[in-house]
Design a protein around this ligand. Structure first.
Ligand code: NAP
Length: 281
């Protein structure tokens, strides 16, 4: 699996990872097997959150990575309502317990909330010092929020901004990606398949993807992932509870689109106008 330098510490991380939102609704055995398959194939960036299934998904991830912790680049998130200095530390400790590990590779603030960022980041610093997290980041931050977060972080560095990015929602290309690139922050694309709302071959865009996929002996989903991760600081975390889907997604890391294919996708799924804020699901 292709890896890229991730965030200011330049840790090598798999370009395509594995999301876990809503996995508690899927067949547990399949979901655990899919995460293990992702590890087998080097899609080691495993994304979860205390919010997912109210802790059930972290337990499921814990079961999947048991005995294989060192292989994973494990990310979890604190809910904004818990993100005070003490609340963040307590939430992280609960997550670690559910995940059956003593550290996270990256810990994120799930979205901007009402508690001062200074407090959340102080807690992240405490957790880093205690060896409970190796890096920290944010999610759903727009460019102005990123700039503010960088000021608040000071000498401590933000590793990633996890944001909504799929073919039907390319708003982050205007400001968020360039701003993160300037600050050395990795951009992690969540819901890269539109969270289940993937372009159909009945539509023009879907047919464009299908033609490109045919030319490469690939699938439309792989073409979408190759397009979204075409920029060097962008990673993607598709969620797959089926091992066959994991295998498909992993292969996308080796798919390189030609300039004209990128142009055709760009035309079929336009970036749209510049708008304020970040898109949310
Ligand atoms: P997604 O990855 O856009 O789509 C998931 C759906 O695509 C599932 O139904 C999955 O099926 C299917 N799928 C996966 N690989 C496929 C393939 N190769 N071919 C066909 N279908 C495929 O949805 P998402 O869960 O919303 O987003 C991904 C991850 O991003 C989440 O799981 C979560 O970790 C993260 N996320 C973060 C935030 C945030 O606020 N930070 C918000 C949303 C999501 P199966 O499961 O049946 O395999």
């Amino acid at each position: 699996m292709k890896q890229r330098s991730f965030g200011p510490k330049a840790v090598p991380v798999a370009v395509i990872g594995e999301g876990t939102w809503n996995m508690e609704r899927d067949d547990r055995k399949d979901a655990v097997a899919a995460i293990r398959r992702a590890l087998d194939l080097g899609a080691t960036h495993i994304d979860t959150a205390e919010m997912y299934g109210q802790g059930q998904v972290e337990r499921l991830v814990g079961e999947a990575i048991a005995g294989r912790r060192a292989e994973a680049f494990l990310v979890s998130k604190v809910l904004p309502m818990n993100a005070t200095r003490h609340g963040t530390v307590a939430a992280c400790e609960r997550s670690l317990k559910r995940l059956g590990t003593d550290y996270l590779d990256c810990y994120l603030l799930h979205w901007p909330g009402s508690h001062p960022l200074e407090e959340t980041f102080r807690a992240f610093a405490d957790l880093e010092q205690a060896g409970k997290i190796r890096s920290f980041g944010v999610s759903n931050f727009d460019a102005s929020e990123i700039r503010k977060a960088v000021r608040v972080a000071g000498s401590r560095r933000i590793a990633q901004n996890q944001v909504l990015y799929h073919l039907g929602e390319r708003r982050i290309e205007h400001e968020v990606i360039p701003c993160c690139q300037e600050e050395g922050i990795a951009v992690v694309a969540y819901s890269p398949f539109g969270s289940g709302d993937f372009p159909s071959v009945r539509d023009k865009g879907g047919r464009v993807l299908a033609a490109i996929a045919d030319a490469h002996g690939a699938t439309r989903f792989q073409v979408a992932l190759a397009f979204l991760t075409r920029q060097s600081d962008v990673f993607a975390i598709p969620k797959a509870s089926r091992s066959a889907h994991v295998e498909d997604n992993v292969r996308a890391a080796d798919l390189v689109l030609t300039e004209s294919e990128v142009g055709a996708i760009d035309e079929a799924f336009p970036r749209g106008p510049r708008r304020r804020g970040v898109p949310l699901l």
